[in-house]
Design a protein around this ligand. Structure first.
Ligand code: SAM
Length: 371
């Protein structure tokens, strides 16, 4: 059993306040980092709280009743989120994903979606506005989310077997309720819906083929995610990772697959189609095949820290700029300056040095930074 680690919250980390450059240049709709990667996606964590205690993400023994979740005053307000989102869109962000914690727990989330859906890219296009959820509140909220302007949802589901699923979510939540939420969302038009399954060896890998079979020939696109060494509380070990190649092998043995082209450059999932024409799956190989080279994502934590890598140990305190009276122009220049200096490529470096890096205890938790 690993030693109990108290995860980071805002006061447990030093977050540098971004520098405002002397030259305040106007955004051009495109900014690239030191490896020529553009800024295209923004993930916004709207809460660090969740009603699940997934063993690989928010294990109960750490995220218990003594855990210090962020106080309400630390959270970015919707107006603050919109100010930041508008700045990012001016720099080239085309896709915004709301996440957390469980984003549907954030009070009046529909209001935020409504405000975000009014933003347009510099050339007048609508944003790809989406959300990742555990599905528990989806049946109840799908219609109001759609009405507010949400385009689609991604749902996390790690097993079709109730015993395995409950062991993973650790709050006794049944599979049937998630499937119901997905169906409601599909019928309301929040699709195409992607289903994310994190595969943890010895825990739910026996569910790979049943999940594939269940979602084959359905409107849902199943994606298998390698269990990642994100955060410091889940006791991650390389031995628990089932490589995507193995996932594809196991499925293909029974339902032959062929690789297909990505939908767009920088897509995290590698796509495979069933040879019999009955749909596709995706595999996200963040551990065995790093995709840092095409990473165009920035992450905004619940309390306004900007992270330019999921595996970062600290973020940049945009909230300090927002609440410190800085103008949109100044914050915009600071964001561009940060992105131009970005050189993160954690996963690419990790492969060579897994054990050392995996032992790092300072990394932020996924529930805090937003998955
Ligand atoms: N609560 C929402 C949900 O369940 O989808 C959004 C937040 S959750 C952190 C986002 C995604 O991250 C989920 O699909 C979850 O399974 C995935 N995730 C969390 N910890 C992970 C880990 N250690 N490795 C791989 N994926 C992980």
């Amino acid at each position: 059993m690993p030693e109990k680690i108290i995860p980071v919250a805002d006061h447990r980390h030093i977050h540098p306040v971004p520098t405002i450059p002397a030259d305040i240049d106007t955004p051009t709709g495109s900014v690239t980092d030191v490896f020529a990667r553009p800024l295209r996606d923004l993930r916004i964590s709207v809460t660090d709280r969740c009603n699940f205690r997934c063993v690989y993400c928010m294990p109960k023994d750490v995220f218990d009743k003594n855990y210090a979740f962020l106080p309400q005053t630390s959270l970015l307000t919707f107006e603050e989120i919109i100010r930041i989102a508008r700045i990012f869109v001016a720099h080239g962000v085309e896709k915004i994903r709301l996440t957390g914690g469980e984003p549907l727990l954030r009070k009046n989330i529909e209001k935020l979606i409504d405000m975000l859906s009014a933003l347009k890219t510099p050339d007048g296009r609508e944003l790809d506005l989406t959300l990742t959820t555990n599905g528990s509140l989806l049946a109840k909220k799908a219609q109001s989310l759609k009405d507010a302007g949400l385009k689609r949802v991604t749902v996390s589901l790690d097993s079709l077997d109730d015993t395995t699923f409950k062991r993973m979510n650790d709050v006794d939540f049944p599979v049937a309720d998630v499937l119901h939420g997905m169906n409601v969302a599909h019928h309301i038009g929040l699709g195409p819906i992607k289903v994310n399954m994190v595969v943890k060896g010895g825990m739910n890998d026996q569910e790979i083929v049943p999940m594939a079979r269940h979602f084959k020939d359905s409107p849902f696109i199943l994606r298998f995610i390698e269990y990642m060494d994100v955060g410091a509380s889940n006791g991650w070990k390389m031995d628990d990772v089932i490589p995507s190649a193995e996932v594809v092998r196991r499925i293909s043995e029974q339902m032959p697959l062929a690789e297909i082209e990505p939908n767009y450059t920088g897509e995290t999932a590698e796509r495979w189609r069933y040879v019999d024409g009955s749909g596709e799956i995706g595999v996200i190989s963040s551990v065995t095949q790093a995709f840092c080279g095409s990473c165009t994502r920035a992450r905004l934590s619940t309390e306004g820290k900007l992270y330019t890598c999921l595996f970062a140990t600290s973020g940049h305190d945009l909230r300090a700029l927002l609440r410190g009276g800085r103008s949109d122009e100044e914050i915009s220049a600071a964001v561009a300056h940060l992105w131009r200096a970005r050189s993160d490529r954690y996963s690419a470096l990790r492969t060579a040095n897994t054990d050392n890096i995996a032992n790092a205890t300072k990394r932020v938790e996924m529930s805090y930074i937003g998955g």
